[in-house]
Design a protein around this ligand. Structure first.
Ligand SMILES: Nc1ncnc2c1ncn2[C@@H]1O[C@H](COP(=O)(O)OP(=O)(O)OP(=O)(O)O)[C@@H](O)[C@H]1O
Length: 255
């Protein structure tokens, strides 16, 4: 998936400004940047939830924003930051929502849809919650159910907004492993992450935003370095090397 010159403003304020970005199939791309830098807005623009003022988003040659929503939903799934809900909705039904773009308009769930939804719950580590009500789940449980809904959608592009922010450390690792497995199956994954060490340990590439613009993009070893991070985050970064993976391990201090 690629975007070109994406820009979006609200009340005359430019929030996202001329963004070119690429999330290649088969790879996990991290979307990084300080609070308010435009990560969620960019994901919503890429997913067609908001319409950009200018720019386009393509999957191969297909114009993702010009195609009907239903067609786009067969190709791309977005998991937004957890939105708590009071609406009673069984967890399995919430996951089955991911199957809607794949079936004809008036058809109900098929046995295949239900099997895919149960498998998605299993892969997301929450099969035991299938009979619960979404509104009664903890934030972390709900987040994994939203992930399961996106898996059931079988997208070629998966956009994740802070997929680990409610999760304990084991669940964070499980989620990032799942994301890597999806990428290994050929999905293009773009995940907004705050935890730069999680990005360093799991992402193939990262895109770093600051004030609505891309300030750096490339392999983690090139972007997650003091010369780039210290300015953008206003911190002092030290980079160590993980003794077994060889990936960067970042340590932060104040200026
Ligand atoms: N609908 C809107 N109306 C007004 N301002 C908005 C709107 N949507 C986003 N913004 C502003 O755009 C900027 C970018 O917001 P966005 O949520 O994309 O940042 P973010 O990088 O995801 O932040 P965080 O890391 O804090 O989640 C913020 O200053 C936000 O207040």
């Amino acid at each position: 998936m690629t975007s070109e010159r994406l820009a979006w403003s609200v009340d005359g304020r430019l929030i996202v400004d001329g963004i070119d970005c690429t999330a290649p199939p088969g790879q996990v791309t991290g979307l990084l940047g300080p609070n308010g830098s435009g990560k969620s807005t960019l994901l919503r623009l890429l997913a067609g939830v908001e319409s950009p003022d200018v720019g386009d988003v393509r999957l191969g040659r297909d114009d993702l924003l010009a195609m009907p929503r239903r067609h786009r939903a067969r190709l791309l799934a977005l998991v937004e930051q957890d939105a708590a809900t009071d609406l009673p909705l069984p967890v399995l039904d919430a996951v089955l929502l991911g199957r809607i773009p794949h079936r004809s308009l008036l058809a109900g769930d098929t046995a295949t849809d239900r099997a895919l939804a149960l498998d998605a719950l299993d892969r997301a580590g929450v099969a035991h919650l299938a009979g619960r009500d979404l509104a009664t789940l903890s934030g972390g449980e709900r987040q994994r159910v939203h992930m399961a809904r996106a898996l059931a959608q079988q997208p070629r592009v998966l956009l994740l907004d802070e997929p680990t922010n409610h999760l304990d450390v084991a669940a964070q690792l499980a989620t990032m492993r799942l994301v890597s497995e999806l990428a290994a199956d050929g999905v293009a994954v773009l995940a907004a992450l705050h935890d730069l060490n999680l990005a360093a340990s799991t992402c193939d590439h990262v895109i770093l935003l600051s004030a609505g613009r891309v300030v750096a993009a490339g392999p983690v070893t090139e972007v997650l370095v003091p010369a780039v991070l210290d300015d953008v985050y206003g911190v002092r970064t030290q980079v160590l090397t993980h003794p077994s993976t060889g990936r960067p391990v970042l340590v932060f201090g104040e200026h």
